[in-house]
Structure formats: structure tokens, C-alpha cells
Design a protein around this ligand. Structure first.
Ligand code: ADP
Length: 258
């Protein structure tokens, strides 16, 4: 279906703006809802069989009768199945966000511990890629957030920072507070993002030129999930980047009263 905009003019014919016909807007919203429901149900349906595939692959991998070649093939299947699982879980999240069912469960959390845990979890990946990873944070910084969701934000930003870095690079996660907010930053010295792509990186399914040219795997969903979680906290995520030099993603979360 198509949408058309109508000019709205003032008494002396001056342009005040444009309006979408109400019916077309309703149709557009319904189509968006159908799309979100579709994403949600497909990802739900994919989850169960994938869990079973992964379970059997694990059994098969540990089978002593496998030849080394067969075991290598099983490991390749397993790696790809794990990637599929990550994609399905991202799709599930995106579906939830679109349906407006991203619920935030606020509780006091020590963000310093949260950042340190997330960095520890990323350390092996960093070492494998030859990248230094560090934390700069106060001894403790307690804020009311949904701890699980903010951990997801950190995991996404850290995994991107590593994925879009080169051997010998470095990644730093920093945490500090201002008078009315807490600020989380993840910086890298990686491939950077072209100026004309910066405004698109939070869009669903967007993948940058560098990511595509260098065949860096991804779904284009991670930053969309990050921005939805941050927005649900009433916060903002922004980024500064220079192509070929690196990027800094900044998450500002307002202090909320208990
Ligand atoms: P994905 O990484 O799966 O492609 P994201 O939504 O996490 O999806 O990121 C969208 C795009 O933004 C990426 O494809 C990449 O082009 C760019 N991007 C994200 N993080 C970084 C980063 N730290 N350095 C360079 N480019 C990045």
C-alpha cells in the first residue's frame, strides 16, 4: 500500500507542514505491528529445534568413535549453530522491543561490578584477537537500573568493539557519574565508522560498509537492541567515530529515584 502526504497551509497559503492521511497511518501502524509479531513468532518457533540441534551436536562432539576429520566438521556445524542461536535471540529481543514489551525491572546495582564482569567475560575473545582490554571505573558506583539489560548493552558494545578491531588494538570500558546521570563508555581503536553511516548504525538490520567489505559476521541488530534498552531507561546512546581510527559509544543513564 502507499502513503501520501498532504500539504497543510495557513490562512494566507503559507506552508505549515504535511499530514499523512489518518487511514494510511493506521494501516502503516498495523503493518508494523504485524511485522513485529511475525519476527517474534518466527524467532520463537526457531528456538526449540535449534536447542535440540545444539544438544545433539554436543553429544556427537564428545563421541569417542569420531575420526578427527568428522570431529572438525561437527565443530564447524556447532559454531554455525551457535551463531544461528545468537541471531534468533537477537530477533526475539527485537520483536519484544517492537511490541513494546521490553520491561525494565529496576533495582540497585553496582555498575562497577557489572562493567568488570562484562569485561572479564570478553577477555578470552580479546586475547584470541590480540587486543588489550581494560576497565576504568570508580571502586563502586551504585545506580537503579535493570542489571540484566544493562549487561546486555555492555556485552553488545564490547563484542562490537572487539569484532571491529584489529590485532594490537585496545578496548577500554569506562564508567563515571555526573550530577544527574551515570555514563558508560566503550572505546576502541578499531576500523571506525564512516561519517555518513554514523546516523544509521542504530537502525534495525543496518550493517556498515567496513563490516561488509571485511566480511565481519553480524546481523545489524545489536545496536538497535542497545538503543531500545537505553531508551527504555530514559537514557541516550551516542557515538563518536573516525574511520580507520576507532569509535567510542557513550551511554548516559539518568539517575532514577527509588
Ligand atoms: P552487527 O555488528 O551485527 O553488524 P550492530 O547493530 O551491532 O550489528 O552494528 C551495526 C553496524 O555498526 C555494524 O555492522 C558496523 O558497521 C557498525 N559498528 C558497530 N560497532 C562498531 C565499532 N565498535 N566499530 C566499527 N563499526 C561498528
Amino acid at each position: 500500500f502507499s502513503t501520501s502526504a498532504r500539504q497543510v497551509r495557513g490562512p494566507s497559503g503559507e506552508r505549515l507542514g504535511a499530514a499523512l492521511a489518518y487511514q494510511e497511518l493506521t494501516e502503516l501502524l498495523r503493518a508494523m505491528k504485524v511485522k513485529d509479531e511475525f519476527i517474534s513468532s518466527v524467532s520463537h518457533e526457531l528456538r526449540t529445534p535449534l536447542t535440540s540441534v545444539l544438544g545433539y551436536l554436543e553429544l556427537l562432539r564428545d563421541d569417542d568413535s569420531l575420526t578427527p576429520e568428522a570431529r572438525a566438521q561437527v565443530l564447524t556445524i556447532q559454531r554455525n549453530a551457535v551463531r544461528l542461536q545468537a541471531l534468533v535471540s537477537d530477533l526475539l529481543q527485537v520483536g519484544q522491543v517492537g511490541e513494546g514489551s521490553l520491561r525494565i525491572r529496576y533495582a540497585d546495582a553496582d555498575l562497577t561490578a557489572l562493567v568488570r564482569d562484562a569485561v572479564e567475560a570478553a577477555r578470552q575473545d580479546a586475547a584470541g584477537r590480540g587486543i588489550e582490554i581494560a576497565v576504568e571505573a570508580p571502586v563502586s558506583l551504585v545506580a537503579r537500573v535493570d542489571e540484566q539489560r544493562i549487561r546486555q548493552v555492555l556485552d553488545n558494545l564490547l563484542s562490537n568493539a572487539l569484532k571491529y578491531s584489529r590485532t594490537g588494538g585496545s578496548v577500554v570500558a569506562t564508567l563515571h557519574e555526573t550530577s544527574d546521570a551515570v555514563v558508560l563508555e566503550v572505546s576502541d581503536t578499531g576500523i571506525g565508522i564512516a561519517a555518513d553511516e554514523v546516523e544509521h548504525v542504530f537502525a534495525r538490520f543496518f550493517r556498515g560498509g567496513g563490516a561488509l567489505e571485511q566480511h565481519i559476521p553480524g546481523t545489524g541488530l545489536g545496536l538497535n537492541i542497545v538503543s531500545s534498552i537505553v531508551a527504555a531507561h530514559g537514557g541516550e546512546v551516542s557515538l563518536e567515530s573516525e574511520l580507520g581510527r576507532g569509535s567510542t559509544f557513550r551511554v548516559v543513564l539518568p539517575r532514577t529515584e527509588g
